[in-house]
Design a protein around this ligand. Structure first.
Ligand code: AMP
Length: 404
């Protein structure tokens, strides 16, 4: 039995990885790490399970990985020396876009790899490095199954009205759809919620999950199935994010092009990198900096973030036909009691009432007041564990078969 799986999340200049051992329900994480600044002066950072601190070293000189293939070799070299007897049964990859075709994790053969390459126009910043990571891992682990786990897959159950824009059908047919993202996080949270619910299935009936990290979105789920997401065709729609704008009138783009003569790449740079919390505040993309700042523009950026979350919760409640459970997760959602309190303060009308103490107490999962009509949870997401579980199952290695 090949007992280990590696998860890889390849970005344009980084590779994040984790090593898992086969486990009963959830695989057991043994180590995590990343290589950053590939092609420049890369930093290699690792942490074994149980270690408090990360070990970091610079990869310079002849050691310096120039591309994803070099990077994967370095990761494999470290894993083999740190875990003698390592037997990798499969490698799981985070892939941002599965197009309209992929609604489940999939073994990557040559035909699937060609499909993933063909999705590049849909996710030009993310899909090429994801594919490069798979190609590199195929070379480093010959014969070992490579499993693609898609950030869009969770949302493929959403109905047509949540999946489309108001354009002629030819655009929908060629793939201009509301794909949604952060799906591995949403899937992990819905599984955790099902565990928490046990026999009390009402908890999973009508759920809104607030994935608030440097990328931020909300999704509505009915009994674990995605019905609508604030992210759409690209990772720009919906909430303002660390550096991305969120909802914007397409007329603004026409104005930028026609009146300001901005090019497509200038507009892309503005919307992806110079907007959101960072662009609005002029202070930082990090919520911790904004919360600590006395600059009124930092406060305005937080106010806008909270306002959009509340509006989108109202909108998703209409799509769900009510609300039983609200979940906060990801960097801001899990770690900022202030953001959670401000969001919930405006939602008394929806039956949301926080327990102020529970909300502030680190590690407490159920944070709503006993008389709150809606249950509110603060849960840690774990996209890597979700990838590892899918990978074990799809590769036929899982001890316990998780339900789809
Ligand atoms: P993620 O993308 O999920 O890793 O989230 C990263 C973001 O979480 C950072 O950019 C911070 O804005 C935010 N964050 C992390 N810790 C805290 C905290 N204690 N309070 C507020 N925001 C936080």
């Amino acid at each position: 039995m090949d007992d280990h799986v590696i998860t890889l999340n390849a970005g344009s200049s980084s590779i994040k990885f984790a090593l898992y051992a086969n486990g009963d329900e959830w695989p057991k994480m043994l180590a995590t790490g990343q290589i950053e600044a590939l092609g420049l002066i890369p930093e290699f950072e690792v942490r074994r399970a149980g270690d408090k601190n990360k070990t970091k070293r610079t990869l310079d000189g002849a050691d310096a990985p120039k591309n994803h293939s070099d990077g994967v070799k370095i990761i494999l070299g470290w894993l083999e020396s740190a875990f003698p007897g390592l037997r990798v049964g499969a490698v799981g990859h985070r892939v941002v876009h599965g197009g309209k075709k992929y609604s489940h994790p999939t073994v990557v053969d040559d035909a699937v790899l060609r499909d993933l390459e063909s999705f590049t126009p849909l996710a030009p910043l993310h899909e090429p490095p994801n594919v490069a990571g798979i190609v590199a891992a195929k070379k480093a682990f010959p014969g070992v199954p490579q499993i693609a786990c898609f950030d869009t897959a969770f949302h493929r159950t959403q109905p047509f009205v949540a999946d489309t824009y108001g354009l002629a059908p030819q655009f929908y047919d060629e793939g201009v759809r509301r794909y949604g993202f952060h799906g591995l996080s949403y899937e992990y949270i819905t599984r955790r919620l099902a565990d928490i619910a046990g026999q009390n299935a009402d908890i999973t009936n009508r759920v809104i999950i607030c994935h608030l990290g440097s990328g931020a979105s909300l999704a509505g789920a009915k009994r674990g199935k995605g019905i609508s997401c604030t992210l759409g065709f690209s990772p720009l729609e919906g909430l303002p994010m660390g550096t991305r704008c969120g909802q914007i009138d397409p007329g603004v783009l026409l104005y930028l092009m026609q009146q300001k003569q901005m090019s497509a790449s200038e507009i892309s740079d503005l919307l992806y990198k110079k907007s959101g919390l960072k662009g609005m505040s002029g202070v930082s993309n990090d919520m911790r900096d904004l919360e600590a700042s006395a600059d009124p523009r930092a406060r305005q950026a937080i106010d806008y973030f909270i306002y959009r979350i509340q509006r989108e919760i109202g909108s998703l409640m209409a799509a769900l036909g009510g609300l039983d459970t609200l979940v906060f997760t990801a960097g801001i959602g899990s770690n900022s009691p202030t953001v959670r309190a401000e969001v919930c303060q405006g939602l008394g009308w929806a039956g949301v009432e926080l327990d102020g103490q529970a909300n502030k107490s680190r590690g407490t999962e159920l944070i709503s007041a006993a008389n709150s009509r809606v249950r509110v949870y603060c849960l840690q997401t774990d996209e890597e564990a979700m990838i590892a579980q899918h990978t074990l199952r799809v590769a036929g290695l899982a001890k316990a078969v998780a339900a789809e």
